[in-house]
Ligand binder design. Structure first.
Ligand code: PGA
Length: 257
């Protein structure tokens, strides 16, 4: 089954709403209709930017998907500082990153909260980008596969197969994030294939064939083509190299390299 590649820019805590508008406009200018046919593109802006970029994306009919980096799992309530999934859905957010390693390591997210968030995002008609990945110590101890497998089994626990099929999983080895150190294409392929086999055993063949798996961790214009050439790598979650429209566009246009 052909899976449409998906390349997502994770801006993290960068770009105020003016910078966000400029970046989206420049990205739109750089990308062609052919690019949008070939690759789904999303940008995951800080919450304070989302309304601003929604306005320009919709008024100029840009084919750039509006993403968020996190959300709470409840629809509303006394949760100071949190943002609810229906608030994002109302802004036409299509994709929400869930369980990024920075949120797990710095903000105490667990597989259990990831699972609640995944279900809440799906309930509100949005697509979760569910992150997983091992530390360098875990990789060197030969525990990378079991770590990632546990994150996937627990993060997707109780989710319906058709919802898993429509979801995105991002494999991001923690040692490769923001370090300039990318997993080799072979290592990325091996883990993405393993993730697909875990999905197959838990949710069946249809879900495994349909779910899109991104690689993330120091993705750049110079390494994207080789990563995208791997059969189980369906896209990329791009941090640093997504902040500049030119660089991110060059990644989206990996087919031309
Ligand atoms: P990076 O970040 O591309 O800057 O390594 C990737 C991510 O954290 O999603």
């Amino acid at each position: 089954m052909a899976r449409t590649p998906i390349i997502s820019g994770n801006w993290k805590m960068h770009h105020n709403h003016f910078e966000a508008i400029q970046t989206v406009q420049k990205l739109h200018y750089r990308l062609t209709d052919d690019d949008h046919e070939a690759v789904e593109v999303t940008v995951h802006a800080p919450f304070t930017d989302i309304r601003s970029i929604q306005t320009v994306i919709e008024s100029d009919k840009m084919k750039i998907g509006i993403g968020a980096q996190n959300c709470h799992w409840e629809d509303k309530g006394a949760f100071t500082g949190e943002v609810a999934p229906p608030m994002l859905a109302k802004l036409n957010v299509s994709h929400v990153i869930v369980g990024h390693s920075e949120r797990r390591e710095l903000f105490g997210e667990t597989d259990e909260t990831v699972n609640k968030k995944v279900k809440a995002v799906l309930t509100h008609g949005m697509t979760p980008i569910v992150c997983c990945g091992e530390t360098l110590d875990e990789r060197e101890a030969g525990a990378a596969e079991s770590k990632v497998e546990g994150q996937i089994r627990e993060g997707l626990s109780g989710v319906l197969g058709n919802h898993v099929a429509a979801s995105v999983i991002a494999y991001e080895p923690i040692w490769a994030i923001g370090t300039g150190r990318t997993a080799t294409a072979e290592d990325a392929q091996a883990m993405c294939a393993h993730i697909r086999s875990v999905v197959r055993s838990e949710f069946g063949g249809d879900a495994a064939n349909a779910v899109r798996i991104q690689y993330g961790g120091s993705v750049k214009p110079g390494n994207i083509a080789e990563l995208m050439g791997q059969p189980d790598v369906d896209g990329a979650l791009v941090g640093g190299a997504s902040l500049e429209a030119d660089e991110f566009a060059a990644i989206v246009q990996y087919r031309n390299h």
